[in-house]
Design a protein around this ligand. Structure first.
Ligand code: ADP
Length: 414
């Protein structure tokens, strides 16, 4: 069957068409037919891009006023006679939607019906920048494809296995009861893919038999402690702002700083929010970039602020690895992923060197020569084995979509 995977954000729509089935999942025989992006929705220079194996890439700059126009562009491009991959939208058998927040309602992916859509709406206040757009994507796509199943795959659901002592903040308990204030965690599809990949390809061992720390380092960054395949703690919290230093987000800070800086700078709640989310992290520390490639190049040229930003970034990851080693009572595997985790030899080295006393014996040579499909970066015989592994969140969404449909309508996935 053909599954359209849709990731609708505030100003972009990312989409991938995947040919898959229950058997194809078992044999890892799924095929990505094409992937595209509608970017800068509602902005003058919107772009539509699509690439499919064996076809010339498609790029156009039509006006894309709103999300409805963006979804129309998705349909237009995948059915384009020259660049597209299907003749008619009726060839699509199901749609898998990335939904950022499922609150405490969804511990698994689910076929969307009115009740599910209502619960996603109830989570708007927990993810005001994401859930409304995610749901809008579903509503718009449903107009084109009313008769096929639409499945919601949540960023938060993988972390619903966290125990209460890990997900509660030490605030008055009433804040949890009244406002659902707690750690939710995000990037769940990526951390889940790491468990799958370790089990199937790298550890080659049942997930029931290992403990792991998965480290997703992209523009957003998070780290998860995993026991028997379940998330038992994760660094992102009530929002994706908590935890590691990120491209433009500050991660952990003293909460009293928010009050102090608002008073000192005489800024509003919104401005403080923008400072922590858009002007902090690698960009804030370096003063010029959130891009690890650029920062690494500058550091090599002797730029001290670039080096400081990267060292602070790596040090935070190291601290979390240490604390999750304690939380798990030791880990068997550590898996790096995301644009930085998969590709930055320098950052992985800064994080992993000289951790021998934790049982992590790093191998510089291996770290510098990771094959494109992923590989080990720890030395032969290292008690904790460390890998760099490419993530595939779209594949997880497509697989969940297939499984949810197979498990019959409106029941959670097996
Ligand atoms: P997103 O979270 O938006 O999906 P990505 O996972 O693509 O982001 O990660 C983006 C980050 O990955 C950027 O900081 C970028 O510099 C870094 N990155 C991508 N490729 C490389 C590379 N070859 N070497 C070092 N860093 C890289």
């Amino acid at each position: 069957m053909k599954v359209l995977v849709l990731n609708v954000g505030s100003s972009s729509v990312k989409f991938v068409l995947i040919e898959t089935s229950v058997e194809a999942i078992d044999n890892e025989n799924e095929q990505k037919l094409g992937r595209g992006l509608v970017d800068k929705i509602g902005i003058a220079n919107a772009t539509v891009k699509f690439t499919a194996p064996g076809k010339a890439p498609y790029v156009s700059t039509p006006p894309v006023w709103d999300h409805a126009a963006a979804i129309k562009q998705v349909i237009t491009v995948i059915t384009d006679p020259e660049h597209g991959v299907i003749k008619d939208p009726s060839e699509i058998d199901a749609v898998g939607h990335r939904i950022v927040h499922g609150g405490e309602y969804f511990a698994q992916s689910v076929v969307i019906d009115d009740n599910v859509a209502e619960k996603i709406t109830e989570c708007f206040e927990l993810a005001p920048l994401h859930n409304p757009h995610n749901l809008k994507g579903y509503q718009l796509m449903k107009e084109f494809m009313p008769y096929v199943p639409h499945v919601a795959v949540f960023d938060t659901s993988f972390h619903q296995t966290m125990p209460r002592h890990a997900f509660l903040y030490a605030l008055p308990y009433s804040t949890y009861q009244k406002y659902k204030v707690r750690r939710y965690g995000f990037h769940g599809t990526s951390h889940r893919y790491m468990v799958y990949s370790l089990e199937k390809h790298f550890a080659k061992k049942s997930r029931c038999d290992f403990k792991a720390i998965t480290v997703h380092l992209g523009n957003g960054c998070s780290i998860t402690a995993i026991d028997k395949g379940n998330s038992v703690d994760t660094s992102m919290g009530f929002t994706p702002l908590e935890g590691l230093i990120m491209g433009t987000r500050c991660g952990d800070i003293d909460p009293a700083l928010v009050l102090y800086l608002m008073a000192q700078e005489e800024i509003s709640l919104n401005e403080m929010n923008t400072m922590m989310n858009k002007y902090s992290g690698l960009a804030g520390l370096s003063g010029f970039s959130n891009d690890v490639r650029e920062l690494s190049e500058e550091m090599m040229k002797g730029n001290e602020r670039a080096e400081l930003a990267l060292r602070a970034f790596a040090y935070r990851v190291r601290k979390y690895i240490g604390s999750y080693m304690a939380a798990l009572d030791g880990a068997d595997y550590i898996a790096f992923t995301g644009g930085i985790g998969e590709n930055s030899v320098l950052v992985r080295e800064m994080v992993m060197e000289n951790l021998d006393r934790l049982g992590i014996v790093f191998d510089r040579e291996r770290n510098a020569n990771v094959p494109s499909g992923g590989g080990e970066i720890s030395a032969e015989g290292s008690p904790v084995r460390v890998f760099a592994i490419p993530t595939d969140e779209e594949l997880v969404i497509a697989r969940d979509t297939v499984r949810c449909i197979a498990a019959s309508k409106n029941k959670p996935c097996p």
